[in-house]
Design a protein around this ligand. Sequence first.
Ligand SMILES: NC(=O)C1=CN([C@@H]2O[C@H](COP(=O)(O)OP(=O)(O)OC[C@H]3O[C@@H](n4cnc5c(N)ncnc54)[C@H](OP(=O)(O)O)[C@@H]3O)[C@@H](O)[C@H]2O)C=CC1
Ligand SMILES: Nc1nc(=O)c2c([nH]1)NC[C@@H]1CN(c3ccc(C(=O)N[C@@H](CCC(=O)O)C(=O)O)cc3)C=[N+]21
Length: 297
Amino acid sequence: MAARLIDGKAAAAALRARVGGLAAMFEAATGRRAGLATVLVGEDPASSVYIRSKRSATGEAGMESIHHALPADTSEAEVLALVETLNADPAIDGILVQLPLPSHIDAARVIDTIDPDKDVDGFHVVNAGRLAVGDPAALVPCTPLGCLHLLRAELGKLTGYHAVVIGRSNIVGKPMASLLLGESCTVTITHSHTRDLPEICRSADILVAAVGRPEMVKTDWIKPGATVIDVGINRVPGAEPGKTRLVGDVAFAEAAEVAGAITPVPGGVGPMTIAMLLRNTLVAAHRRAGLPQPEGL
Ligand SMILES: NC(=O)C1=CN([C@@H]2O[C@H](COP(=O)(O)OP(=O)(O)OC[C@H]3O[C@@H](n4cnc5c(N)ncnc54)[C@H](OP(=O)(O)O)[C@@H]3O)[C@@H](O)[C@H]2O)C=CC1
Ligand SMILES: Nc1nc(=O)c2c([nH]1)NC[C@@H]1CN(c3ccc(C(=O)N[C@@H](CCC(=O)O)C(=O)O)cc3)C=[N+]21
């Protein structure tokens, strides 16, 4: 393997430690802990695992984690009412409603009920708009923010690089493209209707794959020396029957022969998402308390 391995797990651990130190200072200054409310509707096993790791990371960082587990048949009105209660609760700085929601609940409606200043996922249209116009008040979605953090650590200033983003979802692809544009990259956004995708990818200095297709990006899609960020989390059948393993949207082993640097799956972007959730919660807490945002967040 020629590429440098971008260690998201280590970067996330460092960020979490920094957030933990600042969370203790927040508590000393305000007499209360920053608080993150999580809401899970139903019992999707993957969602339950994610919520567990988010909650334990929150506690480890010295923040309060308040969880609401609702049965799968909870009505949309009940979820909206819970969000309103959390909006009004002064002890809650961040609200995360785990996605996907059951199909009888309109996720957009739920997200748009969250107070934008408690929207630590950065999914509310107000935060999407703030990000699009470059307003620093934006709470930015955790996954693209984590990708940007890794890119900056790897490359320093990103000015002038050609960045290609595969995927245009509201939670990953679009905000990723906005962030890269904000860093003065030349940005190409691609999706399922893009023609000549491999060729476009080959022109990327920075390639971000957020597709949800296991190992779609092959070695000949990558410009030699490019920095490759793999957002994909795909569970595929493992070596032993009945077992599964996690792979990204990039064919890691072959891509690593060509890339300059690459994130692994697991241990790349995933851990950064959780670290950024803690970061966003602490940022929201400082703003709500009228405190300046601390350096290094
Ligand atoms: N590491 C982490 O913390 C996180 C990881 N993820 C993972 O990232 C991946 C993407 O997530 P998300 O953005 O929510 O997914 P979505 O399904 O919402 O979006 C996928 C995007 O990929 C595009 N796409 C699909 N097939 C192709 C194709 N053959 N060629 C080019 N583009 C294609 C779609 O295009 P179109 O718009 O035209 O349909 C769409 O824009 C998933 O694997 C998910 O599990 C997600 C969130 C957090
Ligand atoms: N409201 C909301 N906000 C989210 O941020 C959100 C969500 N809903 N729904 C689901 C997706 C997915 N997501 C991940 C978080 C951490 C890892 C992560 O830590 N992954 C580990 C591996 C975990 C494993 O082994 O399964 C890794 O990549 O190393 C992955 C994916 C957040 N999401």
